[in-house]
Ligand binder design. Structure first.
Ligand SMILES: [Zn+2]
Length: 311
């Protein structure tokens, strides 16, 4: 959490000082990338052919799978980190990158497409994530960041709706779409033989997640997606989160409990027709609440509760 906050603060200072492009409170991706050069990357071995390139700063974890005929990446961070990512991969294999999977459209997981896409590497995503990458996106729930439409060669060239299975020589890789969770185009990647998930931003370790409401994100969808992970795993399953270190099922369960605990309080008080300000105050009395957006996250959860059809 601390690392993320430091980078976010750096990002804000930079954006205030040096950007003529800054309009009102909007942060442009070009602005953000200036602070990216300082990100430290660590290569973490998960098993014989799966690694994580784990950044310390505002970028998502890159999963690295080494197959018999090439490397598959899960998320590719920032274009200005592409050379560093390649250097790290070269320390473990001399095989070429043959495909990149984007877990969702967000810039801190897909901006690397702008570099890797120039090299004719196949990029795979869920269909909704492609739609978002092909159009300008504004993220009011994330500091009003604007993500411009990606050029065609940086957009995924292969998409799917529900599930895609990649059959590698020693591994079966399942790409599974989980609906309206962090966004409307999330996929999780399951390395079946290795029993390892890359969860994208459905599961992160810096506390409470980001719900990209304007892009179809929803608290109920996130909890359902986390339930999918819990129901389709065992004690030996390893989880590569969207951000943060390699985790266990126990940690995913704790994250689920934390989220569900918050939701239960907001649901209960919404049913009592309590005002949003009183709900915010009550949440802070009843649980250990901390979110980078301050009270906005509770307001988002409250909106999800209000939108949910009554049973
Ligand atoms: Zn994200």
């Amino acid at each position: 959490m601390k690392n993320l906050l430091i980078v976010l603060l750096t990002l804000f200072l930079l954006s205030n000082v040096s950007f003529s492009q800054t309009v009102e409170n909007t942060v442009f991706i070009d602005t953000v990338s200036i602070s990216i050069g300082n990100i430290k990357e660590e290569l973490v071995k998960v098993n014989e052919n799966i690694y994580i390139i784990q950044p310390y700063g505002m970028a998502g974890n890159t999963g690295v799978y080494i197959s018999n005929d090439g490397v598959i990446l899960v998320d590719d961070q920032w274009s200005m980190l592409a050379d560093r990512i390649k250097e790290l991969i070269l320390t473990i294999t001399d095989k070429e990158i043959k495909a990149i999977i984007n877990t969702h459209y967000h810039f801190d997981h897909t901006n690397g497409n702008l570099a890797f896409g120039m090299e004719n590497i196949s990029i795979i995503s869920q269909e909704n994530a492609l739609v978002r990458m092909s159009q300008r996106q504004v993220m009011p729930t994330f500091f009003n960041v604007v993500q411009e439409a990606y050029p065609e060669n940086a957009q995924p060239s292969m998409t799917f709706l529900e599930k895609l299975i990649l059959h590698e020589q020693d591994e079966t890789i399942e790409l599974i779409h989980l609906k309206n969770a962090h966004t409307d185009g999330d996929l999780i990647v399951y390395f079946k033989n290795a029993n390892i998930y890359h969860t994208g931003d459905i599961f992160i370790t810096y506390g409470l997640p980001h719900i990209d409401e304007l892009a179809g994100g929803d608290i109920y969808g996130i909890i359902e997606a986390v339930d999918y992970l819990l129901q389709n795993s065992d004690e030996g399953t390893k989880f590569i989160p969207g951000h943060g270190p390699l985790s266990t099922k126990k940690e995913v369960q704790e994250y689920r409990d934390h989220l569900a605990g918050l939701l239960t309080i907001v649901e209960e008080l919404t049913n009592e027709e309590m005002s949003i300000n009183d709900i915010i105050a009550q949440v802070k009395v009843r649980m250990d609440y901390n979110h980078y957006s301050g009270n906005d996250f509770i307001k988002q959860v409250h909106r999800s509760v209000q939108k949910k059809p009554k049973e």
